[in-house]
Design a binder for this molecule. Sequence first.
Ligand SMILES: [Zn+2]
Length: 371
Amino acid sequence: MWQSLHKKENLMKPSEKEKSPPPSDTQIKTLSRSVAPSRPAQLIEPILVEDYPLRARSEFFHNLTENVLGQPYQTPIIIARGRHAGPTLGITAALHGNELNGIRIIHHLLASIDLEKLHGSLLCAPIVNAPAFALGQREFADGVDLNHVFPGRQDGTPSQQYAYAFRKSFLPDCQYLIDIHTASEGRINTMYVRADLQSEEARRMAMLMNPEIILHGRSGDGTLRTAARNKGIVAITVEAGNPSVFQGHILYEGEQGIRNVLHALGMLEGDTQIHRTPVICKSSKWLRTTCGGLLETHCSLAQHIPKKGSVATALDPFGNIKHVYQAPFEGIVIGMAANPVATAGTRFCHLGQVGEPSVRASSADLPVVVS
Ligand SMILES: [Zn+2]
């Protein structure tokens, strides 16, 4: 064997060896090939409810950007069109891939609606961030928080392009949007709503969800809600419980809240039911530990805490008190860390600052949202 190889090598002329040196790692030979038909990289089809039948529920996967195999990332879409004319309410969930309650809120809501009585359409994306959902994680496939990169960019990073494609697909036909989230991993939340309280319609929609707390916010924060609001869509974010679980009471409250919105919009007959007076917060702050150790918390969700009230005590590994954390302002507990083990810098309490935002339009006798 050795001999035959040696002989073969000797047969090759020196000039032939020089002509074809081995390629380097960066010099990959181009093979001739036919061009496979493909769709343009960013051919984004807006989802228009009028393209789907009345008095029917349509389910399909909608193409967004492409994965490493050149296959489309697809997000599931459900369109429920009523018998009667009316507005389109968009409902989104799992924009963070491990936030599951909203998915089942959408399922339960749609299962309970009689399309013969519905005015308008429900346009639902139960798993917005399908790549993250498939990976069982919060962030998009590139490790980025998708709700920080809206409105997205057509020529941006993977998450920016996905956000761009989703926005261009989903928002054009929405007049209203409810974006359902949960706490992030390792944290627990009250049932609360984020909304621009300077918009009377958003305020009204937030109240109709019967949350424990409404947190004001309107800054350009890269969220889907802000992207929707910038398109003139009345939008709120519902923070529905905890991640990676289905919580029965949260599913019930979420479904009832959206049903309330449908009543107020005139999409379903029936009376709205406000059974809670939510605490209004003009802002909020995540309190962070300044030392490592074990945390004993002295508060619970939705608890009011006075300024300088004790929030948590940090213990060293021997059980000695290292530090007592106090509330920097009078507030209400919106969310908390579930894990008592903390390094310095760990977020452990989401404290809402109670009160109306400083500048806002008149709130006297809030109008019912009617399209
Ligand atoms: Zn979220």
